[in-house]
Design a protein around this ligand. Structure first.
Ligand code: TMP
Length: 252
């Protein structure tokens, strides 16, 4: 098989050149990192679960007219996506106080917010992805006024969709992060949801018990991350056949 050209390698995914211009292959690794990669591990099967879950969310969004980079899943770990220029901002939507918002404002985790709150973080590992204001975004030209309007509109629609999907299977969507890219068609550009949507980038709590079913399990050493992600996949009906490699058993 011909060797593929690697375009980019991040902490949890690798991008390869796609089969056609304007496409890429996104490979989901098993690597888990937290606190700007200060904590890291390899979690057997995480990449497979995130590939299937991101497929479910992104194809669902495409289906309701929210544009995403997702074209189709290729195999257990890879999906075909549209190539975009990623805007260097992480867009976080919060429905319930948790994580860095709770810390920064002294809000107890689990406090419902009066309305969804949208925040922007500048994507820069060396700086630890700092929270930035809209004025800073405009002044440094990371995005225009129109881009900001479009990003907020996309984030709100993703929040509505994902909240509903999760609620239907007894899970509260506490918060999530998305990344957005520019897709060019001649002189026209449109913003589309890119990267991934998975339990790596969301906070998901069981509605009845409050059990965490997301990457906080890894960040806070709360148990098995694959068990948590498998539970989300099982409830959503996308449990891949074999998320962890089956070890061959010796026969005698
Ligand atoms: P935070 O409370 O730590 O700011 O996280 C908010 C949301 O963003 C949460 O759902 C986890 C997600 N997130 C990422 O996807 N990547 C990151 O690097 C961080 C810090 C958070």
């Amino acid at each position: 098989m011909a060797r593929r050209t690697k375009v980019y390698e991040g902490k949890a995914k690798i991008l390869y050149e796609g089969p056609e211009p304007g496409t890429l292959v996104q490979y989901f690794k098993d690597d888990a990192t937290a606190f700007n990669a200060e904590k890291r591990d390899v979690i057997d099967g995480k990449g497979v679960l995130n590939n299937f879950l991101s497929e479910l969310f992104m194809s669902g969004l495409n289906g309701i007219g929210v544009p995403t980079h997702f074209i189709r899943r290729l195999n257990m770990r890879e999906q075909l996506i549209r190539a975009v220029d990623i805007i260097p901002l992480e867009v976080v939507v919060r429905n319930i106080a948790a994580g860095s918002l709770s810390k920064r404002l002294g809000l107890e985790e689990g406090t419902p917010l009066p309305r969804p709150i949208i925040e922007f973080y500048y994507k820069d590992d060396a700086l630890g992805d700092p929270l930035v204001t809209e004025d800073q975004i405009l002044a440094f030209n990371w995005a225009s006024h129109q881009d900001l309007d479009d990003m907020v509109a996309l984030a709100v629609r993703v929040n509505d969709f994902l909240s509903g999907v999760m609620l239907a299977v007894g899970i509260r969507l506490v918060d999530f992060k998305i990344e957005i890219g520019r897709q060019f068609d001649g002189d026209m550009q449109r913003l589309i949801v890119a990267d991934e949507i998975s339990p790596d980038s969301c906070r998901l709590w069981d509605i009845k018990t409050g059990t965490k079913l997301d990457k906080d399990v890894f960040r806070r050493d709360l148990g098995s991350l694959t068990d948590a992600y498998s539970e989300v996949a099982r409830r959503l009906g996308v449990m891949p056949k074999s998320p962890t490699p089956i070890k061959p058993r010796l026969m005698n």
